[in-house]
Design a protein. Structure first.
Length: 198
């Protein structure tokens, strides 16, 4: 459903409200929505990946950020809170409230956000010239869909689903096992079934 024009929020109004808000909201072309709490699996997966990337990128020019850091996608007039992102661009160091030039983004999926993360949000993310790799990480099973930008500006999908698979982010010279990503994860399958009615 498209909101009426008079109900749209300006970017400045969104940023002012977000600074004063105790909860997080995402913004896309005038539409604003609150972010809901995450499951145990969601938080654990994002935390595992953040720690692995932070350790790998120690002493490099790259910085790893977790879900409280805003991402500005100027081309889409949007602000998002990716679960994990990495920027190696010096321009991002000067902006303390939002980053604009990530090379890697990961979203941990939930039943309520999966369609958006795979669809409209990925469409927005693809407009970031800096972005080289996008991960979608499942919480109901061990499954990571990795989208890698090619030289022709296409996106190549590789799915990892085996416990002994080694997942890679070539642009960061990073690799780890699926087991490391899913360490200590309480599977969300029962929550998913309850939510979807399956």
């Amino acid at each position: 459903m498209v909101k009426a024009q008079e109900n749209l929020v300006s970017q400045d109004a969104y940023l002012q409200a977000e600074q004063a808000s105790q909860s997080k909201h995402e913004y896309l072309a005038g539409e604003v929505w609150a972010m809901v709490g995450a499951s145990d699996a969601h938080v654990t997966i994002a935390g595992n990946l953040f720690v692995l990337l932070k350790q790998h990128l120690k002493d490099s020019a790259c910085r790893t950020y977790i879900s409280d850091m805003k991402l500005r996608v100027e081309q889409a007039d949007a602000y998002f809170y990716p679960d994990v992102m990495v920027s190696c661009d010096a321009r991002d160091l000067s902006n303390k409230l939002a980053k604009q030039h990530p090379g890697f983004i990961a979203e941990v999926l939930s039943p309520s956000t999966e369609a958006f993360d795979r669809g409209q949000k990925f469409t927005c993310y693809r407009q970031l010239p800096s972005l080289q790799c996008y991960w979608l990480i499942d919480t109901t099973q061990q499954l990571i869909d990795s989208f890698v930008r090619t030289e022709n500006d296409d996106w190549l999908l590789h799915s990892y689903s085996q416990a002994d698979d080694i997942v890679q982010i070539q642009s960061l010279d990073f690799s780890c096992s699926m087991e490391q990503i899913y360490e200590d994860v309480l599977n969300d399958e029962s929550d998913n079934a309850a939510t979807t009615g399956n």
